[in-house]
Design a protein around this ligand. Structure first.
Ligand code: SF4
Ligand code: SF4
Length: 355
């Protein structure tokens, strides 16, 4: 049974205090022992969209980097380009934003290497044994590293109910093509009676496929890639998805792309989930609506165990599951159950609580 390590965090605890707990968690969980001297280890985190303030704090990311460097491991930060418009849709803008958010070389002491190249199309195909795919397209540089440390902000997500490590690598380390095939199951509709014609969704749509017709938004379906940005930015609830079918398929596809990432590094991945600053939406949005108290940090070397433990620890603390705080119509455990069904791990785990 996989071991999962947990250290609680108090509500509103400052990053320097959390950093001390993170050091303890890293030592107790044996994270550094997963890797050897002079190995190249990519740290996958999320630098936050412009305006977002709830991404994992740079002080905490630096804590992990320093622990790896103490053992003469070669860590670097990595990310991929987004499908949608914003400040992270190509490597140049993305790295500049990361710098503004405190992830520059001057603060981190390691470089940022975009895993999918300048425009997100640098990719490799990895065989998997999935229900939807027999191979998936992921960011090319992941196929070259010795290992991966995945730092995930545990929070809500408009398409999957919650986003943790599966979402962070399944979508976040896919190439542009990998992201497109996952999002292709999502097919938004405009509720005309709710649409005010404000045009915000038009500004965010990466495909330029929304126009205003007779004062209301209209989606030209032939070009829609199902990225969900219109759903995320509409403040009037005027965009709807088929939550049951579409979210379920998307969650399964995310789990299968996560399998590709794990296969690409021969399973040498360590995960830390940060259940702090829990927001309704992911850090891809330029807003930060915190909806629940901080819970703590969760670490381990099995993605299913870490995700399920994070979900359970959140529910134990709050007496209700995360989707009650985010998107109650979505069953967010689909992604974890599917990860089990394709052999990524077991939902049974041995919890080690660090006080
Ligand atoms: S953001 Fe919402 S309300 Fe505004 S135009 Fe788009 S669908 Fe309509
Ligand atoms: S219409 Fe919505 S889901 Fe489709 S591409 Fe545009 S923003 Fe994405």
């Amino acid at each position: 049974m996989s071991k999962v390590f947990f250290i609680p965090v108090n509500e509103g605890e400052d990053p320097s205090s959390i950093s001390k707990k993170l050091k303890l968690l890293i030592d107790k969980s044996g994270m550094v022992d997963q890797f050897s001297k002079k190995e190249y280890v990519a740290l996958k985190t999320h630098f936050g969209e412009e305006g977002n303030k709830t991404f994992i704090h740079p002080v905490l990311v630096k804590t992990v980097i320093d622990k790896l460097k103490q053992k003469s491991i070669y860590p670097f930060l990595t990310e991929t380009s987004t499908l949608y418009r914003g400040q992270r849709s190509n490597a140049v803008d993305h790295i500049a934003l990361a710098y503004r958010h405190g992830f520059g070389f001057d603060k981190m002491g390691v470089p940022i290497i975009m895993a999918d190249g300048l425009f997100g199309d640098s990719e490799i195909s990895i065989p998997i044994n999935g229900k939807h795919y027999k191979e998936v397209n992921i960011a090319a540089e992941i196929g070259k590293v010795h290992g991966l440390v995945v730092l995930s902000h545990f929070k809500g997500h408009i398409e999957t109910g919650f986003g943790g490590a599966l979402k962070n690598i399944g979508m976040g380390l896919s190439s542009r093509r990998g992201k497109l095939v996952q999002h292709s199951v999502m097919s938004p509709e405009i509720i005309r009676s709710k649409c005010t014609g404000c045009g915000i969704c038009i500004k965010w749509c990466p495909q330029n496929t929304i126009t205003i017709e007779e004062g209301r938004a209209y989606i030209h379906k032939e070009n829609c890639i199902g990225c969900g940005e219109c759903l995320a930015v509409c403040q009037f609830g005027a965009v709807k998805f088929d939550w049951g079918r579409e979210s379920g398929d998307l969650q399964e596809m995310i789990a299968e792309h996560a399998a590709g990432v794990i296969n690409a590094v021969n399973g040498r991945v360590f995960y830390i989930n940060f259940i702090i600053n829990v927001t309704r939406d992911c850090d891809c949005l330029g807003k930060s609506e915190i909806v629940a108290e901080d819970v703590g940090l969760v670490a381990g070397d099995n993605i299913v165990a870490v995700e399920k433990a994070s979900y359970d620890l959140f529910e134990r603390h709050h007496k209700k599951p995360i989707q009650e705080f985010t998107y109650p119509r979505i069953d967010p455990l689909i992604q974890i159950r599917h990860a089990v069904s394709i052999g990524l791990g077991s939902m049974e785990y041995d919890l080690v609580e660090i006080s």
